[in-house]
Design a binder for this molecule. Structure first.
Ligand code: PXP
Length: 242
């Protein structure tokens, strides 16, 4: 229970604000530097097909600016694979991607997309990139990750974040059960999506979880209190829950 829970900060939405005006400000690289000196354990960035936030040239700039491990979220497409192999981030989290969605609305169906995913997991793994699959907290997805040989799964916490009362308790139990099952089978469980100061503690208390990836809320809070303050506060809440 005392094991350090890593905080990966997703800086996509710094780029969203930048892109709203088409210039260079605010620069997600500056956000990455602040995360690095404020106790974040990693930088997470999602290069989407439509480049609505992070863009190709941001990846190298982020990698050059900090020593923190980069977790590249990517769809399982040949285009993204080529970019991942060129940049060799520490980790690649394969996410489902729909052009029309506002955010990653659900987990990857690793169970029914085995054949398609296999070659991506293999080629990323052969390049020394730690592969993670962003899935719903369900036994069948963990079993699929095992068959694929993925070393990490990240559980989509969106349903938990949106639920209230008993529904929230049920969603939390699904994440806790899934984390225990993954860990028992040698897969490192991570979690993320929709986590805030108010809902992070019960998730952070799940002992098997090794990493949380948090973005939108932290960048939103940073508008009011600054990114250093937001990262520090989230870090404190995670540590207290542990
Ligand atoms: N983890 C993954 C795999 C994601 O795709 C995202 C962003 O959609 C996050 C974590 C962070 O979610 P949020 O921005 O809601 O904190």
């Amino acid at each position: 229970m005392s094991r350090h829970l890593r905080l990966g900060v997703n800086i996509d939405h710094v780029a969203t604000v930048r892109n709203a005006r088409g210039g260079g400000h605010p620069d997600p690289v500056r956000a990455a530097e602040i995360v690095a000196r404020t106790g974040g354990d990693g930088i997470t960035a999602h290069l989407r097909e439509d480049r609505r936030h992070i863009r190709d040239d941001d990846l190298k700039r982020i990698q050059d600016a900090t020593d923190l491990p980069l977790n590249l979220e990517m769809a399982a497409t040949e285009e993204m694979l080529k970019i991942a192999l060129a940049h060799r981030p520490h980790a690649a989290c394969i996410v489902p991607e729909k052009r029309e969605e506002r955010t990653t609305e659900g987990g990857l169906d690793a169970a029914s997309r085995h054949n398609h995913l296999m070659s991506f997991v293999d080629r990323l793994g052969e390049a020394g990139i730690r592969v993670s699959l962003f899935v719903e907290p369900e036994a069948r997805q963990i079993e699929a990750a095992m068959r694929l040989g993925a070393p990490v799964v990240e559980f989509h916490t969106g349903a938990y974040a949106l639920a209230e009362g008993e529904d929230r308790a049920r969603e939390l139990a699904r994440i806790a059960d899934a984390a225990a099952l993954a860990a028992k089978n040698g897969i490192e469980p991570h979690a993320g999506h929709g986590l805030t100061y108010d809902n992070v503690a019960p998730v952070a208390a799940i002992p098997q979880l090794a990493e949380l990836n948090i973005g939108h809320y932290l960048i939103g809070e940073a508008i009011f209190t600054g990114l250093e303050d937001a990262v520090r506060r989230m870090r404190e809440l995670m540590d207290e829950a542990r």
